[in-house]
Design a protein around this ligand. Structure first.
Ligand code: ATP
Ligand code: MG
Length: 571
């Protein structure tokens, strides 16, 4: 492709709203462009990368036995009522009515549609197992769309759904997808980690997420180097430390004027935050009740675990307001589990404590020497967030913590959708049996940006060869110079004949300007025809390492070919 005929739209500066490197670089390199928050257009270079990522996903899905279909984004309300999610999904679901007042949504995911397809199309157990997938646009009205493709309101997902006769079949299908995801993310050159995950809005009883490791990731994971346990903090459990039981002392109410936070109270009373417990009040709109949640003072509440414990929904569980708290005969900043007029949920760690500080439900007062079981009780559960230093639930060694970008998630759905939606097959005895399902998603556009987040430097993007928009660019230092131009054209033609994805920078622009563009865009190989063109010598530069060398033009061409072959890519 001749660059003068392309739509190259690099920018010197990114708009101010771009805060993270990958967002800035995708805009500056002219890969994407947007008009509305969370909604992006793909420009020619960005689209080429997207297509390559999709190709790799498609190849691996097909190899694993997946069958590709393509469903509409428009889904009728009735299907979502069958699964019970029309009400439950909350404000993220983009709903609309047609001119006849019929209600629809734009699919944020496709469990209902695929279950309905399987129900209609698969009648005999001979068709099972089957894995259907698509690469398609999804819609979610995210509260905070941000970081460009990372959290869009419109994004591309590869979603697959497996249908099996029984649990044993599901285990196999799930493992098959787990292995396939590992192959996909390895081929995409991501540094990633599969982790145990919560099942969230999708449901089911087992799940893994695939996390691209990155400091800007919105997910937190804890992992154990010793045994390999790794989990999203939303899901992670920990082994409780064997803390020495403290001698029980008499409960005492103490005056703690204006000491509201755990830091304030531990400083004021000169106790470690680990010897305090905090009580947080939530309003659960699903079950229409208030709950008091008690965790150790130095801990955070894990709201996902809490949602699961309460059988509530994350969109409908919020912190109680100060007025609501007053209505429960307590006061913000001094809440405690003793005598509060709502249900109390106590973290397992607090349930082991025999001498702690708690709020007294009275302004400017706390209790000291409170003991679980003697002074207060509640439903014991695990509702804390795990963190670095906590003990691994499997082997008991201290765990580490890292941030990750969730690029994929797989779920064992079992019969969560097939049962209510009556997606059944007829077994040998003529009985209707619900199909056992799994579902498997990859955020295709998010993955594209995760690659940029992992592969960039101060000059721009460093696309791994397998996903680069073009593999090589040839740049004559001066297009007006006949020798340079003729050598460049010759190499361009040779590479084209070899079916290599090559760009020819035939722009009449300053050399420095052209080089900056290619470094920003991140073409893996940059061949410069400069002052030694008369000797047939060019400069060969690798974007990933920024290493340069002078080579005879034929050698430069064969080097490109070799490198591409070595990557196992087709030419
Ligand atoms: P998150 O927790 O990040 O909101 P999710 O768990 O709701 O994601 P899934 O329902 O598991 O997402 O969707 C499958 C994949 O789709 C995710 O692993 C992620 O890579 C991608 N994805 C989800 N939401 C978005 C979004 N708003 N923008 C871009 N990609 C997304
Ligand atoms: Mg997910």
């Amino acid at each position: 492709m001749k660059v003068s005929k392309m739509l190259i739209s690099t920018l010197k500066e990114a708009p101010a709203e771009a805060k993270i490197d990958s967002h800035i670089l995708l805009l500056r390199a002219g890969m994407i462009k947007n008009e509305v928050a969370g909604v992006y257009n793909f420009l020619p270079l960005g689209l080429r990368v997207l297509n390559k990522i999709e190709d790799i996903i498609r190849q691996e899905m097909d190899k694993a036995g997946g069958i590709e279909i393509l469903c509409s984004a428009i889904q009728p309300k009735e299907l979502w009522e069958e699964s019970g999610r029309w009400k439950k999904y909350g404000p993220e679901l983009m709903r609309f009515k047609d001119r006849h007042e019929r209600e629809f949504c734009l699919g944020p995911t496709h469990e209902e549609v695929f279950t309905s397809l399987a129900r209609d199309l698969i009648k005999s157990s001979k068709n099972l197992p089957i894995n259907l997938y698509q690469i398609q646009t999804k819609y979610r009205d995210e509260v905070r769309p941000r970081f460009a493709l990372m959290r869009g309101r419109e994004f591309i997902m590869k979603d697959a759904y497996s249908f099996d006769k029984d649990e044993v079949g599901l285990e196999k299908s799930y493992q098959n997808m787990f292995d396939t995801y590992n192959r996909i993310f390895t081929r995409l050159k991501l540094h990633y980690q599969p982790v145990l995950a919560d099942t969230g809005n999708i449901g089911g009883n087992g799940s893994h997420q695939f996390m691209a490791l990155s400091d800007i990731g919105e997910s937190e994971i804890v992992y154990c180097d010793a045994c390999g346990y790794a989990a999203d903090v939303e899901k992670a459990t920990i082994r409780l430390e064997n803390r020495l039981e403290k001698e029980k002392r008499e409960l005492e109410k103490v005056h703690t004027p204006n000491q509201r936070t755990i830091e304030e109270i531990s400083r004021f009373l000169n106790v470690s935050s680990q010897d305090t417990a905090k009580t947080i009040i939530y309003h659960d709109f699903v079950n229409e009740k208030f709950v008091a949640v008690v965790v150790r003072g130095d801990r955070e509440v894990n709201e996902i675990k809490l949602v699961n414990e309460l059988h509530s929904n994350e969109n409908y569980l919020v912190l109680a307001t100060e007025e609501e708290i007053l209505s429960l005969k307590t006061i913000h900043g001094f809440c405690g589990p003793m005598g509060i007029s709502c249900e109390v949920y106590v973290d397992e760690e607090v349930a082991q404590m025999t001498d702690m500080v708690i709020g007294a439900n009275e302004k400017d007062y706390h209790y000291i020497h409170a003991c679980y079981g003697r002074d207060f009780e509640g439903k014991i559960c695990d509702i804390k967030k795990a963190r670095a230093g906590d003990l691994c639930p499997v082997c008991g060694r201290p765990m580490n913590q890292e941030r990750g970008i969730e690029v994929g998630q797989i779920f064992k759905l079992q019969t969560k959708y097939s049962e209510p939606m009556k997606c059944v097959y007829v077994n040998e005895e003529g009985k209707n049996i619900p199909m056992v399902m799994g579902c498997y998603g990859i955020g295709v556009t998010r993955t594209l940006q995760a690659i940029v987040e992992q592969y960039h430097d101060e000059f721009g993007i460093k696309w791994p060869l397998v996903v680069a928009p073009y593999q090589v660019v040839i740049v004559p230092v001066s297009y007006a110079d006949d020798t340079q131009r003729i050598l460049a054209e010759k190499m361009y033609q040779e590479l084209l004949d070899l079916h290599i994805e090559v760009l020819f920078d035939d722009r009449n622009a300053k050399a420095g300007f052209k080089f900056k563009d290619w470094e920003l865009i991140g073409i893996p190989f940059i061949i410069v025809c400069g002052k030694r063109s008369n000797e047939g010598i060019v400069e060969f530069k690798e974007r990933m390492t920024m290493e340069k060398e002078e080579l005879l033009s034929e050698i430069a061409v064969s080097k490109v070919v070799d490198k591409i072959k070595k990557e196992g890519e087709k030419i």
